[in-house]
Design a protein around this ligand. Structure first.
Ligand code: PLP
Length: 410
């Protein structure tokens, strides 16, 4: 297309239009291209109208984008979901999941009255519940959702529309019995929303156990390379998926195509990375548990962990890639330990192929006040390690040198 009505275009027109809108190649690209187009053409107004009417055709990127759809299909397949919707961050995904799960069956408008959440949640998830739900009149209560009896009692009192839990919690690595919680939700007419950011579908697929929605911060293990932020919600039923899709068009917190491609690419090695991270984390946890400078290690793979048996039965012999610990000594010792580490990067994230270290009191749980942190068992001396895919020997040597000098200085 370089002319109109037999007349060649002027340079300005040609610069804008020439080369664009060729027919798609007959051969299929081996990976999904990054579709940057924000809007789509149809041959006639009647066909555009039909595309609007069918609800499935590409029209405008907030309504759907082929690169983002490829990621959504990959997550839905990984989670055994009827469908998935991707968002600009894990927090956007969590917000959307809570709105969708709180929509009473048979209605379309979100109308949450009561949410029962785990006391052990990523700090910003708790703040989201407080500032976007409790502050608007939703009754939000917290309980130990790792304790089924306590959960049942809290449900009887609150009668929540939904429960929110992290399968392995951030940062104390507590383990929830998803099948048990799903049974309670079924009996109590509530929906179960599971944040699977830390477990990933490699360890467990909560929808198969009866959960309704699975949330991921795709910024973490799914992407895995520390270079893309995103979130995804996977739905067990077509109805919940449809409600997420409708909401997403209104919330507009959609994921961009560049990030979608990076996360999709990251997911191809998810199983390999997670297997390696879990294997290394198990050795790191055992090493720390034996070290005189370490007061306590939190890791579901250790026999001393209160939910070790549940984790062993649930996660196919893997226990996750995070290890939390408390050092002997107070805050200055923690700072010295973190500052001495060379391979564990002191950056606030988890799940990357780089090993990371963070202090929840000043990072992931900073937004909670000190009393709320203490109530959740998060001390100022708690350190969270996210084990990467580096050589295990190098990781152990890094920890040993950082801890050794600590012992010497005590
Ligand atoms: N859920 C968990 C368990 C997290 O650890 C995080 C972030 O650390 C989030 C959700 C939020 O994800 P994002 O930072 O991608 O918004």
């Amino acid at each position: 297309m370089s002319e109109q009505h037999g007349k060649p275009w002027h340079l300005e027109t040609s610069l804008v239009h020439a080369g664009e809108r060729a027919a798609a190649p007959r051969a299929t690209p081996i990976v999904t291209p990054i579709y940057t187009a924000t809007t789509y053409l149809y041959p006639s107004l009647a066909e555009l109208d039909a595309a609007f009417a069918d609800g499935d055709s590409y029209l405008y990127t907030r309504y759907g984008n082929p690169t983002v759809a490829a990621l959504e299909a990959a997550v839905a397949a990984a989670e055994g979901a009827r469908g998935a919707v991707a968002y600009g961050s894990g927090m956007a995904a969590l917000h959307a999941a809570l709105l969708a799960a709180a929509t009473p069956r048979g209605e379309t408008a979100p109308r949450p009255h009561a949410i029962l959440a785990a006391r052990d949640l990523y700090g910003s998830s708790t703040v989201l519940l407080e500032e976007l739900f409790a502050a608007r009149g939703v009754r939000v209560a917290y309980a130990d959702l790792c304790d089924l009896q306590a959960t049942e009692a809290a449900m009887a009192e609150l009668r929540p529309e939904l429960l929110l839990v992290e399968q392995i919690s951030n940062p104390l690595l507590r383990v929830a019995d998803i099948g048990g919680l799903a049974a309670l939700c079924k009996a109590g007419g509530a929906r179960l929303v599971v944040d699977s950011t830390i477990t990933t579908p490699v360890l467990q697929r909560p929808l198969a156990l009866g959960a309704d929605l699975v949330v991921h911060s795709a910024t973490k293990y799914l992407s895995g390379h520390g270079d893309a932020a995103g979130g995804v919600v996977a739905a067990r039923t077509g109805m919940l998926h449809a409600s997420l899709v409708r909401q997403s068009r209104l919330l507009g917190a959609s994921l961009g195509p560049f990030e979608a491609q990076q996360i999709l690419r990251g997911m191809k090695t998810l199983a390999l990375r997670v297997e390696r991270q879990c294997a290394s984390a198990a050795v790191v946890a055992a090493f720390l548990a034996d070290h005189p400078a370490v007061a306590r290690v939190y890791y579901p793979g250790l026999a001393a962990h209160p939910a070790h048996a549940l984790a062993a039965a649930s996660f196919g012999g893997r226990f996750g890639g995070l290890v939390s610990l408390e050092l002997r000594g107070a805050a200055p010792a923690v700072a010295a330990f973190v500052d001495r580490l060379r391979l564990f990067l002191p950056a606030t994230s988890l799940g990357d192929l780089y090993s990371l270290v963070s202090v929840p009191a000043i990072a992931s749980h900073r937004e909670l006040d000190a009393a709320a942190r203490v109530a959740r068992g998060i001390s100022d001396s708690l350190v969270r390690l996210s084990v990467g895919i580096e050589a295990l020997e190098d990781l152990l040597a890094d920890l040993a040198q950082a801890l050794k000098r600590e012992v010497g200085s005590q």
